[in-house]
Design a protein around this ligand. Structure first.
Ligand code: ATP
Ligand code: MG
Length: 385
């Protein structure tokens, strides 16, 4: 027998669907979901989008890609770029969601896997909240279903006593489910996805029922290829996914652009007092990150040791955001070397022994000698003292 999962009571601990989220509706959410933060852009795209849409998709694949990559619509509406990177990557990711294969976003930390997954779900299904966070302790119930034990004891197993997982709800409603950090989930729990992704069904043996996925259902998983000690994907599961690898930003300008845009958005959402254009400081932070990450100076002349941390774009964003907060609250309102120095040190020196040596060497051989970087050199020396 096939049944639908039916309306699920909103569990306050897990948040409800976007429309039921009253915090977002009143504009008080610290970090609104993508579908709320960019509701106007999504609505403008939907209004102009006359291309074919797969079943239950809010937008056509073309419009979803435009939402992610940005562009100007025929009526002049500007769609801000969410993801900065190769267009083809986004096109492959979007089209995968329209097929019977699930999407696996893979990459080193901070390459926007989670960010892209959230925006894809928001654009395709209008709801990015059907989310399972993968950890070493993620139980099978988080992927399949659990029970409300009070109801189970009072009335026995029934649909009423069943607590649907986000994946089950996505299947029943033809939506996009998200699984974060798939490879952190124990292998046997990961395997509960195999039936879901290949048979598109979720059996409930206790009730002699099943939930069949309706058209429109698909799943986006993210995984970090740097994590050590994580559970590899079984080949059976991997075959159910199309893998898309998200690269680090190719050029310094692209990375500076990403950092500047995100810092501005985050600053606005935190109500930080506006700090005038800190682009020069952002450029220096990104240069430091890229040189240390690549193990060579930007001019290609000096080889450098790389520290143990990943120095991702995401960390550059945190360093600059932290610096802006310092400049706004304790500085003269202009982002200066002294505001980013402590953040830089914290991001680079993860291992107090080995990384400190790498950092000192970089400071003395590169930062000190570079034209116009004396203030950064001094600030970093002070921060490290
Ligand atoms: N190419 C990019 N385009 C746009 N934003 C980017 C890009 N790379 C990084 N970011 C920004 O970096 C931040 C962090 O990204 P996110 O958390 O999605 O990384 P992640 O790949 O999921 O990392 P982790 O492996 O640590 O979970 C986001 O705010 C995102 O905007
Ligand atoms: Mg992530």
């Amino acid at each position: 027998m096939t049944v639908s999962a039916g309306p699920t009571p909103v569990d306050p601990m897990r948040g409800g669907s976007a429309s039921a989220n009253t915090t977002a509706a009143t504009g008080q959410a610290l970090r609104p979901h993508a579908e709320d933060a960019f509701a106007a852009e999504l609505a403008a795209l939907a209004a102009l989008d006359d291309r074919p849409r797969p079943a239950r998709w809010r937008l056509s694949p073309w419009a979803v890609a435009t939402y992610l990559l940005g562009g100007t619509l025929a009526d002049g509406t500007v769609i801000t770029p969410k993801y900065v990177g190769p267009r083809r990557i986004v096109e492959v990711a979007v089209t995968t969601l329209a097929t019977d294969r699930a999407l696996l976003l893979l990459g080193v930390p901070g390459t926007a896997k989670t960010w892209v997954s959230e925006h894809l779900a928001a654009a395709v299904s209008g709801d990015s909240t059907l989310l399972v966070q993968g950890t070493a302790g993620t139980p099978e119930e988080a992927i399949r279903y659990g029970w409300n034990y009070a109801r189970l004891l009072a009335h026995g197993p029934s649909r009423d006593a069943l607590v649907a997982s986000p994946v089950m709800r996505a299947m029943a409603e033809g939506m996009t489910a998200r699984v974060e950090e798939l490879t952190r989930i124990p292998a046997d729990v990961q395997d509960s996805l195999i039936t879901i992704l290949s048979e598109k069904t979720l059996p409930i043996p206790e009730l002699g029922q099943e939930v069949q996925a309706v058209r429109g259902f698909n799943l986006i998983a993210t995984a970090n290829d740097r994590d050590r000690g994580v559970n590899d994907l079984s080949s059976a599961l991997r075959r159910r996914f199309n893998t898309v690898v998200l690269p680090l930003p190719e050029t310094p300008e692209a990375e500076v652009g990403i950092v500047a845009r995100r810092v501005e958005q985050i600053g606005r959402s935190l109500d930080l007092p506006a700090v005038p254009d800190g682009i020069d400081e952002i450029r220096r932070v990104v240069t430091v990150f890229r040189e240390l990450r690549d193990g060579v100076t930007a001019d290609g002349r000096t080889r450098l040791k790389s520290p143990s941390g990943t120095l991702s774009t995401a960390e550059a964003i945190s360093v600059v955001t932290g610096g802006l907060a310092l400049a706004a609250h304790f500085g003269d309102g202009v982002l200066r070397a002294g505001d980013v120095a402590a953040g830089l040190l914290g991001a680079v020196v993860r291992d107090p022994a080995a990384d400190r040596v790498v950092w000192q060497e970089y400071l003395e051989t590169v930062v000190r000698e570079r034209d116009g970087w004396k203030d950064l050199y001094r600030a970093c020396r002070e921060a490290g003292a």
